[in-house]
Design a protein around this ligand. Structure first.
Ligand code: TPP
Length: 547
């Protein structure tokens, strides 16, 4: 009778769920899972650190609308995945970590790499479990995959005691489970009518778009809604759900929009720090707030929500558009939209001016303008760093849902490199650019070797301002004459790509940026454009770098 080991059982279940790529660092006791994945025809991306594997898988899953899967070895291999699990849950990205743990007979007596891994994972995850037999591995993997994408996506952790992974059992004892087709939750029609009244009667309505709308692919419905004449703002990763060149997009007049709105509809976002908690002083005291979210628990937050609709964002917004069809909106009689457009134009003047500077060392606004002009509309951007992320926020557009990845809800540096790799593996046909500070690049730089080895042609753009936020923290926030702890060497980062025979560019002058970017985008291999930018340059506008 044919036998099968626990690793192969896990791999079969992954394949049945449509997962064709997994990430990880090969280690015991999960060798059989990696081997099983290869035997089942899955692509195994061997990474240089489990944390990076976790971020790559999160980005891959977010792009594919499937669970991203990481396989990690026991002890420190698994604990290295805790940060990506926390980030994935906070940023609503679907991530499944399969972690090997110490063998049963060694538990409690100082087994090799023994750790309470489920306890490490628990606060970072929406669900955790430990496999209890080889027979049930497929079932547990099925559960883990489903939990990661159900409702609001997030991280789940499944623990594999080592002795269960390598054990062989008769093949016919192993059923493969099929993922359910989950219909999109529809909204209550009466609530949609109330929401239509709320927006139709408001003089200063505003729509807020979060990455839940990106996940739900609500772009077409949202465009139909805002095109009725309603301005909208997005969260950083909600960019592109409605293309940024929509005339109702007012992120550049964000403070004025939040402060002036009398009725707000939040779609797939949260009233956390990114949206100023949805209350005064950034909002009007008397603002009326409605919210559409897939999670009922989201409706109890810092903000006072008047009307909460638990539903899929795309379906709910489409129903709302139908309910508004043929109705006149009170805002059409006000100057609300025109005023915000004027404010937007005023705010953009200084930024556009900075982006035209041809000073040496290069101003970061000039760099990002060149990136904007070199990239195609379908480009995917991963942005990571402090100053550079703030500059990208105001200058770099997005035109499609889920093409913008950044440090997210947790503000996690070190995501940019792996996110760009995960996105490229999900959509090899689209350009994937990572625009990174020198610290942010360094946090995961060794993954350039993964790119070269696996054949992932990401373009890394490193804005090197010689430190954490350039010299800002060192010179203005630390005591004068203190050791330069926030500074970094002006290292030759292009050499890190030469090391793996990638395409390397070093740029010192503004006129060199565009040709270097064009060559990097055309190179048929991983590429890095190292740009020396002014360490003294800071962001122009106020607000947090993520907002
Ligand atoms: C994991 C993590 N560690 C530390 C921080 C604190 N932090 C915020 S921005 C930043 C680095 C910014 O420097 P860089 O990436 O060079 O970009 P720049 O601001 O210079 O453009 C750090 C370390 C963080 N947000 N996340």
């Amino acid at each position: 009778m044919a036998e099968i080991d626990g690793g192969r059982i896990a791999a079969r279940q992954l394949k049945a769920a449509g997962v064709d790529t997994i990430f990880g660092v090969v280690a015991g006791p999960m060798i059989e899972v990696f081997a099983g994945a290869q035997a089942e025809g899955l692509r195994v991306v061997g990474c240089r650190h489990e944390e990076n594997a976790g971020f790559m898988a999160s980005a891959w899953g977010y792009q594919k609308r499937k669970p991203g899967v990481v396989v990690a070895g026991s002890g420190p291999g698994m604990t290295n995945t805790v940060t990506p699990m926390y980030v994935a849950t906070a940023s609503a990205m679907p991530l499944v970590v399969l972690g090997g743990s110490t063998y049963g007979a060694m538990r409690g007596v100082g087994g090799f790499q023994e750790a309470d891994q489920v306890a490490f994972a628990a606060p970072a995850c929406k669900w955790t479990a430990q496999v209890d037999s080889t027979q049930r591995i497929g079932e547990f993997v099925h559960l883990a995959l489903g939990k990661a994408v159900s409702g609001r996506p997030g991280a789940v952790y499944l623990d594999f005691p080592g002795h269960l992974v390598g054990r062989r059992i008769p093949e016919e004892d192993v059923p493969v489970r099929r993922a359910p087709e989950v219909a999109r939750p529809h909204p209550d029609p009466a609530a949609i009518d109330r929401l239509a009244d709320l927006l139709a009667e408001a003089e200063h309505p505003l729509v807020l778009i979060g990455k839940g709308a990106a996940w739900a692919d609500a772009g077409a419905s949202l465009a139909r809604l805002v095109d009725r004449g309603i301005p909208y703002l997005t969260s950083p990763m909600g960019r592109g759900v409605v293309p940024d060149d929509n005339p109702h997009f007012v992120n550049a007049a964000r403070s004025a929009a939040l402060a002036g709105a009398d009725a707000i509809l939040m779609v797939g976002g949260r009233f956390n720090w990114i949206f100023g908690f949805g209350r005064a002083p950034r909002y009007r005291e008397d603002v009326r707030i409605a919210q559409i979210d897939i999670e009922a628990e989201e409706m109890t937050s810092a903000a006072e929500i008047e009307l909460a609709i638990v539903a899929d964002a795309a379906v709910a917004v489409e129903s709302l558009c139908d309910a508004l069809e043929g109705r006149k909106l009170a805002t059409a009689r006000s100057s609300w939209l025109a005023d915000l457009r004027e404010q937007r134009a005023r705010n953009e003047v200084e930024i556009e001016q900075a982006s035209g500077l041809d000073s040496v060392p290069i101003n970061p606004y000039r760099l990002v303008r060149e990136v904007r002009e070199a990239a195609s509309r379908d480009a995917m951007f991963s942005v990571d760093g402090e100053t550079i992320m703030g500059v990208c926020r105001v200058l770099l557009p997005s035109y499609r849902a889920r093409t913008r990845l950044n440090a997210g809800t947790t503000g996690c540096m070190g995501t940019g490199v792996p996110y760009a790799i995960g996105a490229k593996l999900a959509h090899p046909e689209r350009p994937s650019l990572a625009v990174l500070g020198d610290y942010a690049f360094g946090a995961a730089a060794m993954e350039v070797e993964t790119c070269a080895r696996v054949g992932v042609n990401v373009v890394f753009v490193v804005a090197n301002n010689e430190g954490i936020a350039g010299h800002l923290i060192q010179d203005h926030m630390l005591p004068p004459d203190s050791p330069r702890i926030a500074s970094l060497l002006p290292a030759s980062y292009e050499k890190m790509i030469e090391m793996v025979d990638g395409h390397a560019e070093r740029v010192e002058r503004p006129e060199e940026i565009r040709p270097a970017l064009d060559r990097a985008l055309a190179a048929d291999r991983v590429a890095l454009v190292h740009v020396r930018v002014d360490p003294k340059a800071t962001r122009i506008s106020g607000g947090n770098y993520l907002q």
